[in-house]
Design a protein around this ligand. Structure first.
Ligand SMILES: Nc1ncnc2c1ncn2[C@@H]1O[C@H](C[S@+](CC[C@H]([NH3+])C(=O)[O-])CC(=O)[O-])[C@@H](O)[C@H]1O
Ligand SMILES: O=C(O)C(=O)Cc1ccccc1
Length: 246
C-alpha cells in the first residue's frame, strides 16, 4: 500500500513547481484518487474500451503511465491475441515503481498481456503502429505549443479501427461554469480530507506545470491533428475523458 498524501500539509515559504519526484511517487495512488473525481472509473473503463479497440498482434500505448494504473487495467481486460502494452513516462522514479507494481500484478494473475516500460519523453518517442493510445491526464503537462504536433504524430501511428483515449482536467470558457466546477472540485478535495492549506499550496505548485484546455480546444485540436471523430464518454466535475477516432 502507498502512503497518504501529506506533501502540501505544512506551510512552505516558497512553493516549488510540482514535479513527479520520489516524494510524489510514494503517495501518488492516494494523491490521484483524492484529487481527480472519477479517476477509478476512468481507469477501469479504459480497460473496457481497450478491449473494443485492440487489434490482434498490435501495440497498446499508455503514455505518461505513472505507476501503470491504465497499463494494469488494459492487461486485465484485453484478451485480444498477440497484443502487448507499452508504458512510457519520463519520470525515472515513476518508471521504477511502476515496474515493481507490474511484477506484483504478474505474480497475482496468469495470462496477462506482456508489457514493456520505457523511460522517455513522449515528445521524442518513436511510435510503433498501434491500435490504442491512452493519454490519461498526461497532455495537460505537455507545453501547449507542442500539443498539436504530438497529437498529429499519435494520429499517424494509430491503425484503422483503433482509438486515442484522452483524459484531461478541463477549463471552461464560461466564467460562471468554470467557477462552479472549480469550487465543486475543491469541495471534492475537502471531502477527501485535504485542508485549505493543502489545496492552496497544491494549486500554486501545479499552476505553471499543468495547463488545462477547454473541451472545444481539445475537440478542434484533435480534428486538426487528423482525427475524424471526437466522442466524450465521461465527465465528472471538471475532469473528462474523450475517445478520438483516427
Ligand atoms: N513529456 C513527457 N513524457 C513522458 N511522460 C510525461 C511527460 N510529461 C509528463 N509525463 C508524465 O505524465 C504523468 C502525468 S500523471 C498520469 C496518470 C496516469 N496516466 C494514471 O492513469 O495513473 C497525471 C497527474 O498526475 O495528474 C506523470 O507520471 C509524468 O511524469
Ligand atoms: O490536484 C489537483 O488539483 C489536480 O488538478 C489533479 C492532479 C492530480 C495529481 C497530480 C497533479 C494534479
Amino acid at each position: 500500500m502507498s502512503e497518504s498524501d501529506r506533501i502540501f500539509a505544512q506551510p512552505q515559504t516558497q512553493v516549488p513547481d510540482f514535479t513527479f519526484n520520489e516524494d510524489v511517487v510514494r503517495v501518488f495512488p492516494d494523491m490521484i484518487k483524492r484529487s481527480v473525481p472519477g479517476y477509478p472509473t476512468i481507469v477501469e473503463n479504459i480497460g473496457v474500451l481497450g478491449a473494443r479497440f485492440a487489434a490482434p498482434h498490435s501495440v497498446l500505448y499508455d503514455l505518461g503511465c505513472s505507476l501503470g494504473a491504465v497499463t494494469q487495467a488494459l492487461r486485465r481486460h484485453v484478451k485480444t491475441e498477440g497484443c502487448r502494452v507499452i508504458g512510457v513516462d519520463n519520470s525515472a522514479p515513476m518508471i521504477e515503481r511502476c515496474g515493481e507494481y507490474l511484477r506484483a500484478q504478474d505474480a497475482m494473475h496468469q495470462e496477462l498481456l506482456p508489457v514493456e516500460l520505457i523511460e522517455a519523453d513522449i515528445l521524442k518517442l518513436d511510435l510503433k503502429p498501434c491500435s490504442l493510445i491512452a493519454l490519461n491526464f498526461t497532455l495537460q503537462f505537455i507545453a501547449p505549443e507542442q500539443r498539436l504536433e504530438l497529437l498529429t504524430r499519435l494520429h499517424s501511428a494509430l491503425l484503422p479501427g483503433g482509438a486515442l483515449i484522452l483524459s484531461e482536467k478541463l477549463r471552461f470558457a464560461d466564467e460562471q461554469e468554470h467557477e462552479l466546477l472549480t469550487d465543486l472540485h475543491i469541495d471534492f478535495k475537502r471531502a477527501n480530507g485535504y485542508s485549505e492549506l493543502e489545496i492552496a499550496q497544491k494549486r500554486t505548485a501545479i499552476e505553471n506545470v499543468m495547463r488545462p484546455d477547454t473541451l472545444d480546444t481539445h475537440r478542434e485540436r484533435l480534428l486538426a491533428a487528423g482525427f475524424s471523430k471526437v466522442v466524450p464518454w465521461f465527465q465528472c466535475l471538471n475532469f473528462a475523458s474523450l475517445i478520438a477516432l483516427p
